[in-house]
Write a protein that binds this ligand. Sequence first.
Ligand SMILES: Cc1ncc(COP(=O)(O)O)c(C=O)c1O
Length: 448
Amino acid sequence: MREQEKTTTFDRLNSIDCAPQAFKSFIMFLENGQYQLHGGVDPLSLCQQYGAPLYVYDAAIIKRQYDRIRNAFSVPDLQIMYACKALSNINILRYMRQLGAGLDTVSIQEVELGLKAGFTASEIIYTPNCVSIDEIAEAVALGVKINIDNTSVLEQFGQMFPDYPVCLRINPHILAGLNAKTSVGHIDSKFGISFHQMPLVQRIIKVTGTKIIGVHMHTGSGILDPDVFLQGAEILFNIAAEFPNLEYLDFGSGFKVPYRQGDAETDIEELGQKISKRFKDFCKEIGRDLTLMFEPGKFLVSEAGSFLVKVNVVKQTTSTVFAGIDSGLNHLIRPMFYDAYHEISNVSNPEGKKRFYTVVGYICETDTFGINRKIGEIKEGDTLCIHNAGAYCFSMASNYNSRFRPPEVFVLDGQAHLIRERETMEDLLKGQIQLPIFSNAKAEVEHG
Ligand SMILES: Cc1ncc(COP(=O)(O)O)c(C=O)c1O
């Protein structure tokens, strides 16, 4: 009966306009006319408790996505390295480790965060781009796996650390992904060592003695077609065959997730079948079992995140009805930065009559979350949910306009936990050095 009720609820959710029909499961369900998170958590009461704007992440969705990848690939050794740039709260990192993931990092700070979260050095891969050789030396001192994406760095590295084995990030010259800003495996991209440069790589490692233990690629974000991954994989197989000490192949990430009604996602099950078969054949060809790695970020956490915001004003102009919210591109930059689409629904009025709104933020420039969206009728004070706010949302948030960054809540087994406090004026001033020369002005401010 309970199961039946759930299906009915989900069907109802899918039947209203603001619910993305393509989503196999959606983070919020309608229960007795009210939105609820998995495990029966009420987003409105979360806002009452912690205030808005508020980021909420649901562990059940992260686990579902993690299990989907794990089950899709049937190879003897699969390692899922969570790309922590997507969402880097230390509790999320610890949860990923509990699920069995390793960590993909791109800065020495992410490496350090990973170690603080409890990952061992060997569970972390560091894939820097255009960082100083000094930063790479710090990663050596910490003992993590290192990915080199430049022949000049390979040469310097080999002379400094001849005994430290590395992985090569290959540029496969594949133009893939949804957005030019995240398409990183093409010929004009700054990332990776071109697969045409293998003769130079061989010359360098012959002289330095560097052992190559991994080969890696990452071509972009939001890649729908499994064949794009296979095309890249073939390039990596060709290169991998040249390195007798190889231990792993890392196919990066870029799995597409649905953001809007009718959106498709990467068919991870089809991808898993195709890659697993080809990977096992390759291991047979070279006579050794290698580890297969992926570095998903968005696929693991995007759908798990909801961004809850309050409507400050409803403003009708000559051409538009704006819903102005208590947030902006400072908290969630993807729509303005990537033209990304995020579904928006009115949590306060889920079953209300649908009206058209352009949802905008409070930042002092064009700051649009969604244009002409059909949303349950909005009143000032209502709470809206911006969906798919788990990946590249909080982690890209800033203090622009001197606004505080919002708190984060993590829902685990139906229990909500505060995992980051709302910032305060002290946080804004932290690290700023107030010059004594202005001390009178400071005193005036302090004493009115
Ligand atoms: C090297 C590397 N690996 C993995 C990822 C994660 O990609 P996605 O979030 O699309 O899964 C990124 C994203 O930028 C990346 O640069």
